[in-house]
Design a protein around this ligand. Sequence first.
Ligand code: ZN
Length: 99
Amino acid sequence: MATDYDAPRKTEEEQSEDSIEELKARRHEKNSGKVDEDEVEAAESFELPGADLSHEELAVQVVPKQLDEFTCSSCFLVHHRSQLAEEKGTQLICRDCAY
Ligand SMILES: [Zn+2]
């Protein structure tokens, strides 16, 4: 009879242990996955808006002339080459100033 009692107990313990460990493993996977996603999302949302905007503004101010841009000799604004209306030597006139 003793073995009869022992046998089911062991299997119950083993089953419960297995299920607990499975739950632990699942929880761990879920938690670690959630934390990773949150961290990635937080990092992205933190970096993208502020840093990128300031970088773009800085880039425009520090590097006024791009290869396809010119500085108007009249209004001294940087325009795209498509806005170039007149070119007199080194003087470049944008369409706004040409008319
Ligand atoms: Zn101009």
